[in-house]
Design a protein around this ligand. Sequence first.
Ligand code: C2E
Ligand code: CA
Ligand code: CA
Length: 568
Amino acid sequence: MDRERALRRIRDLEKKISLVSKILENMREGVIIFDDEGVIRTANRSFLEITGLSYDLLYGRQISSLDLRWEGSPTFSEVFDLLKEEGAWRGEVWGVHRSGTIFTCEVTLLRVGSEFLGLFLDTTDKRSLEANLRSLAYYDTLTGLPNRALLYDHLAYTLFRSKMRNEKVGVIFMDIDNFKLINDTLGHEVGDTLLKAFSQRVTSSFPPGTMVARFGGDEFVVVVGPIGDIENLKETMEDLIRNLTTPFHIGGHRIYVTVTAGISIYPMDGGDPQTLLRNADIAMHHAKETGRSTYKFYTADLNIKVSERFTLESELREAIEREEFVLYYQPQFDLATDRVTGVEALVRWHHPDRGLILPSRFIHIAEEVDLIVPLGRWILRRACFDGKRLLREGYPLKVAVNISPNQISAGNFTEVLKEILRETDFDPTFLEVEITENALMKNKQEAARVLSELKAMGVTVSIDDFGTSYSSLNYLKYFPVDKLKIDRSFIGDIVSDPNDVAIATTIIAIAHNLGLKAIAEGVETEEQLIFLRLWQCDEAQGFYFSPPVTLESLIDMLRRESFKIRGV
Ligand code: C2E
Ligand code: CA
Ligand code: CA
């Protein structure tokens, strides 16, 4: 009797299990069950479809080893900690499908007894331009690795967390030695395949959860954190270099690859992503000078740079008083009429001993030490003054001026501008301001107020470096802007890199959908120009047309009409 009852219970249980698995199999949501170590115990068909992975690949695998990005957390382990603490976690998750496309899911994780359940609702909107740009803007299509934008995001978050926990973070900047030679001698296809294989090898050389990003071309950045000890980082580097001594076999070639790397460490070598990356890059160049296949820490040559910085900083104060700055102007072309319609004002510093210093060397210092506000005011005044001169000479050109985030957050930007316009008697409809997305996002309310005031005055607003620090496209609906400026990093390889092509065309499409204009900067070749025309980009500027030149040369060139677009 007992036995029969037991058998019946087993049969009931089996029925229930088969019912549950039927439900699981037919659910639209992807489902996984994992244990308290984060090891996947089961996954349903939808989950396999969403990720493109096979059951064999998933079973027994750590969730943290899947290529997923969890909202608000750089790695799964933070999510898991929260889940264990609170019994549930909800958020957005992004991942790369096996085919290389990006998917997004709304995810709910729940504790069920001693195990955990994950429900993945696929929210990938393949038709949405925003989803498209977002994924393009975050992942590199060739290698599937996070790209520069995601790297900045992730690094900023890692630093934020490390600050709270008092931890060190290592930033490794590396570059494949002689990649150009490989590419030139064996062809681009081999080069591309090598980059993919190299990416995988580098990724597998670091502990899971380490971010390895493609910075561009053959440059990669690894964020290692937290690091207990610099010695550990040295060991990791030695491991990587050793790992690379095994050659790659690609298309019948045996290819030996070495890398040169530079390392910067938070907090010693910088407190923000930009500084850490810059210093790691400096260290890498330093390493290159001593030979290939090595690595260098930033600390060694920190002193020279720091002292240079200090002198620049104190000299910068005096330079503003002594008016050692000059504005150069780079013409902008309307691609429908082939005419110059505007110029971008780019500041240079005529240093009494050092000669001409480019803005990349001093603008960030001016921003950090609060000198950008007086400098920015000088630049605006000069630009309006020069714009007025152009009008007088018979050239009704728009003058575009770069505005730093600090100028917006100073709180009196429009008042200062109005005063300058009065003083120079310059018509504001000939003025354009270039503001980066970062500047807008930093201080949304102030930015929205400033932009609507600018709009009311008839000033044109353009978003600079668009696509490089992608946050959310929603803001475009709230800020009155007129133009999107496609960053020159996307224009450089527009002819050969499908990723850049996709980003550039998407930006143009977004601009046109929102009734805005698109302008491309950094146009250097005729091929790039042909592409941009094909995609109906409205305007362009770059060395192909003219480098930035002094006001006098500009007027001279306008007079001689030597800006004709060549050959196209
Ligand atoms: P940006 O606003 O993206 O300016 C474009 C930069 O690209 C300029 O560098 C320009 O000389 C350079 N460029 C133009 N055409 C080409 C090209 O065909 N190929 C390449 N490779 N580069 C090209 P520049 O003048 O050194 O300025 C660098 C950055 O400094 C600017 O980037 C801007 O962020 C900042 N900056 C320059 N002037 C000012 C200013 O007056 N105020 C503020 N706040 N920032 C400024
Ligand atoms: Ca600009
Ligand atoms: Ca730019």
